[in-house]
Design a protein around this ligand. Structure first.
Ligand SMILES: Nc1ncnc2c1ncn2[C@@H]1O[C@H](COP(=O)(O)OP(=O)(O)OP(=O)(O)O)[C@@H](O)[C@H]1O
Ligand SMILES: [Mg+2]
Length: 522
């Protein structure tokens, strides 16, 4: 694609163009890259500022790898401009520019897809997977991008990037891939980071879904208002005037049970379809049966002229457990029902989902106590998971958990307090300490537990090594107890110091159970 064609796609024209030698406008740009190590000969390098380094430091590397032009924000030091290794285009907002360029480079795939964005503190991956399963059962070829998995028209692969919402370049590339494979719909998990950093800019969302908004990521967004504001962006992006010619119904799916409803409603310029368990709403759940290994309820859908929907009732049976999964199901029902998916397909789609990797996953090696791996890593999700497990536990309820390094420091004592109040015994351990002092993270969590009246070494332990922590918890378990391993879920690595070490809670749990004498495979 010609450089001038790409530049014409920018929402805001460049503020300066620092040429090096001849005129590059007519140059053919063969690829885009924001990581200099990914630059290809004939490519454009987009210098994005990161949390640790600034892309502008890698211009020479990009040039060495064959980049023909670079684009980024203005240089603070004018003196550097005289020694640029390649032509440099200055823009005010490089993240929006990256999204604009990616959309143009991949031919604006979102314009030809019904795009569904799912945001919220907890439940995004689950809800996204549920929506995609329903659409597939209804015969719609679908693209899906989440923390855990990617899917294009039934072909699925793991998300090994440790990032929930990828950069705009990968998002647009994915949408193009889905469209080329014949997809009519795309479901994209949109985190608050992703929204704030313009990663989903250009996705032209038709449907916006929110699960809930609670305390998390406050280090990044500074205040709960900033965090809510980031989530609101998804809803601001919905537009009734956008006509893709696909017969899609622009709609905002909001949770009436959650504080986010009142916060987000003013940002919605499209019709709102609400869902709830505890309040009257367009999509409601009644007659909940929350079993140990399945859930059953009736979804009552109120007809709406606005959406051209009739009244309906659907009996839902799902293998997902716990009240919050009823909420996730309702969000998925509302999203798909609003797009004209039949009640039968909704029920079949939800029934088809066996479980989401690392979410409430049972590990059974024949031991007389329950071991459950779950991704709960926020105060709200930890509280909800423990509340689900308590009535399902005859004996003691225990949890092994930690809190990530360099992330949301505020939540650490809160997590400690929740474990103190809701379990009988717990082990505080590593999650992903990154470059932080591991013991300090454990101490931060322990402080919350101590304030809640628990004694270290007696009511709980701090063991940084996660394998040892799991082994010690298993050694404490008796018949009828439940041990929750929280915070790592599906993840395949643990970040300690600068290292990314292989890790899988489920595998470690099985191995420790085997060492404790349990082994279903023998
Ligand atoms: N609706 C919900 N409300 C509260 N907690 C939930 C909800 N749905 C799932 N959870 C809990 O949160 C954990 C993560 O679920 P899920 O992966 O679906 O959320 P997510 O929003 O995608 O998380 P992340 O932001 O880390 O990608 C689950 O393992 C479960 O403990
Ligand atoms: Mg997720």
């Amino acid at each position: 694609m010609k450089l001038q064609t790409l530049l014409a796609a920018l929402e805001q024209p460049p503020v300066a163009f620092h040429r090096v030698g001849n005129e590059p406008e007519a140059v053919e740009v063969r690829a885009l890259a924001y990581d200099s190590r990914q630059v290809q000969a004939g490519g454009m390098f987009i210098a994005v500022p990161g949390t640790h380094t600034d892309g502008k430091c890698f211009l020479a590397d990009a040039a060495r790898r064959g980049a023909v032009v670079a684009l980024g924000e203005p240089f603070q030091e004018e003196s550097l401009l005289s020694s640029l290794p390649l032509p440099y285009i200055e823009v005010r907002d490089v993240r929006t520019a990256l999204a604009n360029l990616a959309c143009a480079f991949y031919g604006y795939p979102a314009r030809h897809l019904c795009t569904i964005g799912v945001t919220g503190t907890d439940g995004k991956t689950t809800t996204s997977n549920l929506i995609s399963a329903i659409l597939e059962v209804a015969g719609r070829c679908t693209g899906l991008m989440t923390t855990v998995n990617f899917k294009v028209c039934g072909q699925e692969w793991e998300n090994a990037t440790r990032q929930s919402t990828l950069e705009a370049l990968e998002v647009q590339q994915f949408l193009r891939r889905a469209l080329d494979a014949g997809a009519s719909h795309a479901v994209i998990e949109a985190t608050s980071h992703g929204l704030e950093l313009r990663r989903v800019h250009g996705c032209d969302f038709d449907v916006g879904v929110v699960t809930n908004i609670t305390h998390e990521h406050l280090d990044f967004h500074k205040t709960i208002e900033g965090y809510r504001r980031a989530k609101a962006r998804l809803f601001e992006m919905l537009d009734t005037k956008r006509d893709k010619g696909l017969g899609v119904q622009p709609v905002a799916i909001l949770n009436r049970d959650d504080v986010s409803y009142e916060v987000l409603k003013p940002y919605c310029h499209v019709p709102v379809l609400d869902y709830a368990i505890d309040q009257p709403a367009a999509v409601c759940a009644v007659d909940l049966q929350l079993n140990a290994d399945s859930t059953r309820f009736r979804a009552v859908l109120r007809g709406s002229e606005k959406f051209n929907l009739a009244n309906a009732e659907i009996v839902i049976e799902t293998l997902l457990i716990g009240r919050f999964n009823v909420s996730n199901c309702l969000a998925a029902i509302a999203a798909t029902y609003s797009q004209g998916i039949a009640a039968r397909d909704i029920a079949d789609g939800l029934a088809k989902v066996g479980g989401i990797s690392g979410r409430m996953e049972r590990i059974n090696a024949g031991q007389p106590f329950s071991v459950i791996v779950d991704y709960a890593h926020t105060p709200d999700s930890l509280r909800k998971v423990l509340a689900i497990l308590r009535p399902l536990t005859i004996g003691k309820l225990m949890v092994v958990f930690g809190s990530a390094g360099e992330r949301d420091l505020h939540k650490r004592p809160i997590m400690g307090q929740i474990a103190a109040e809701m379990t009988d015994f717990f082990v505080i351990t590593d999650e992903d300490p990154r470059d932080e002092d591991r013991e300090r993270i454990l101490d931060d969590i322990a402080r919350g537990a101590e304030v809640a009246g628990k004694r270290r070494g007696h009511d709980f332990l701090c063991i940084a090594d996660r394998t040892e922590a799991i082994a010690v918890a298993f050694a404490h378990a008796r018949v009828g107890d439940t041990i929750l391993l929280a915070g790592k879920g599906h993840e395949q690595s643990i970040l300690i110091g600068g290292e990314k070490l292989p890790w899988d809670d489920r595998q470690v749990a099985r191995e420790q159970l085997r060492l404790a004498g349990y082994d279903l495979t023998v």
